[in-house]
Design a protein around this ligand. Structure first.
Ligand code: FCB
Length: 451
């Protein structure tokens, strides 16, 4: 049996990327160092000692890359601006060459009828700001709003969608609490402080963006959200899953959708955030036109008293499918979107701003990349997304992660997430079978699903 999985004719089909992961040119044309430049050059931080110094050289090859976006038939491209490329010290002196790059990129996109979705921060904080505490310093939130204004003054005649942050939770927890990402700190108090200040910076930037915009614009944020399932039906595991849900999902959703936070419910968190949260902060965050959901996997949680605050840990169930990084769980995209819709009734637009799978792809002798596994992943996730839309959840778009293979943070170049294969030695780009498949879906606004 087969059925056609159809999407609305005005559905936004896009791909996503981020400055540090694709641009390269890490110290060219007046760019200042970011915390990722510092982190990757610190021995032992990145798999195989790899860096994003060159990565896929998008800074120089953006024209070719935009042509590929066009060839795939995408109508939107989500990318991020590198803050230290524009403001080498995070604030103060402007690097005109940096601004010029985003000017050229935006113009090239628009010339090809591709809508730019510009994200202001995808983790590459100027190193100069880290010297003053980075996101653990409240001042960084105000400086971020100034950077937002600058870019909006410059580009809002052409850019209509402004995403303040990509996955603040990961930036704070992996960067300040777990130490796996830049700046590589391992302090739970700093983790919560950083999270709060990034959230706050969204609110301040949203105000600044609206004040400086040259035309009506939409302000968004993208969050990493997972449905959380208890490992067993026991009361202890169910409660553990609930705490995990508070720590990951409610913590991120409530400030932006309700202007409140579950933070204060936990005694320990209250201690961690003493003096950090000021009156009115959560209200400021409640300023959003577009909520972007980055969905990759679910979390299965069990009770474990060893873990502070949440007394819960993640388990990896047997008998399900895994990629090199995560469990593959297509129903999760349906679960998280319907849950947001039912529980929060958001007034803002909803989109999937990231979803994808790392596959160890390689070029066959006939120069084709036969990434059947990615096609299957896409098919199953898009079918679940369409199920949510059919049930009334107004999801307006889907951005695949990623356009091209690129630098995957601490894991370096081993995970390949692209619809386009990159030979890192020659920088040659080749559209994978999945890219061709996705292009057909976009053209037909759907696909045939064989059950
Ligand atoms: C997300 C990040 C993105 C990419 C994907 C695989 O958490 O936003 O930069 O690394 O994971």
């Amino acid at each position: 049996m087969s059925k056609f999985i159809s999407f609305p004719a005005d559905f936004i089909w896009g791909c996503a990327s981020s400055s540090y992961q694709v641009e390269g040119a890490w110290n060219e044309d007046g760019k200042g160092p970011s915390i990722w430049d510092t982190f990757v050059h610190t021995p032992g931080k990145i798999a195989n000692g790899e860096t994003g110094d060159v990565t896929v050289d998008h800074y120089h090859r953006y024209r070719e890359d935009v042509a590929l976006i066009k060839e795939l038939g995408l109508n939107a491209y989500r990318f991020s601006a590198s803050w230290p490329r524009i403001l080498p010290n995070g604030t103060g002196n402007i690097n005109q060459a940096g601004l010029d790059f985003y000017d050229r990129l935006v113009d090239e996109l628009l010339r090809n009828k591709i809508e730019p979705y510009l994200c202001l921060f995808h983790w590459d904080l100027p190193q100069a700001l880290q010297e003053k505490g980075g996101w653990s310093n409240r001042e960084t939130a105000s400086v971020f709003a100034e950077y937002a204004s600058l870019l909006v003054e410059h580009l809002s005649d052409r850019v209509k969608v402004w995403i303040t942050h990509n996955e603040p939770w990961v930036a704070a927890m992996a960067g300040y609490m777990a130490g796996e990402h830049a700046p590589g700190l391992k302090d739970p108090i700093l983790g919560f402080k950083a999270l709060h200040h990034i959230f706050l910076s969204h609110g301040l930037a949203a105000e600044a963006i609206r004040a400086s915009a040259k035309q009506p614009v939409r302000v968004g944020i993208t969050l990493n959200l997972n449905p959380i399932h208890p490992a067993t039906g026991s009361k202890r595991d169910r409660e553990a899953a609930k705490r995990m849900d508070t720590f990951l999902n409610r913590l991120q959703l409530e400030p932006f959708l309700k202007g409140t936070s579950p933070l204060q419910e936990e005694v320990l968190v209250r201690t961690f955030t003493k003096g950090v949260i000021k009156s009115g902060d959560f209200k400021k965050m409640h300023n959003l036109d577009l909520l972007g959901v980055n969905y990759y996997t679910r979390t299965v949680a069990k009770y474990d008293p060893k873990f502070p605050i949440i007394s819960a840990t993640q388990v990896h169930p047997q008998g399900t499918e895994y990629s090199g990084m995560w469990e593959i769980y297509p129903e999760g995209i349906y679960e998280i979107l319907t849950r947001i819709w039912k529980e929060y009734q958001p007034h803002c637009e909803l989109m999937v701003t990231e979803n994808g799978i790392p596959v160890p792809d390689g070029l066959d002798l006939d120069c084709r990349v036969r990434d059947e596994r990615r096609i299957r992943f896409l098919r199953n996730h898009l079918a679940q997304l369409q199920r949510a839309i059919k049930e009334g959840v107004p999801v307006k778009g889907y951005f695949h992660w990623s356009l091209m293979d690129n630098f995957e943070w601490a894991l370096g170049y081993t995970p390949r997430f692209g619809l386009i294969y990159v030979d890192y030695k020659t920088q040659k780009r080749t559209i994978k079978d999945s890219g061709h498949w996705f292009a057909k879906v976009i053209q037909a606004d759907g696909f045939e699903l064989v059950e």
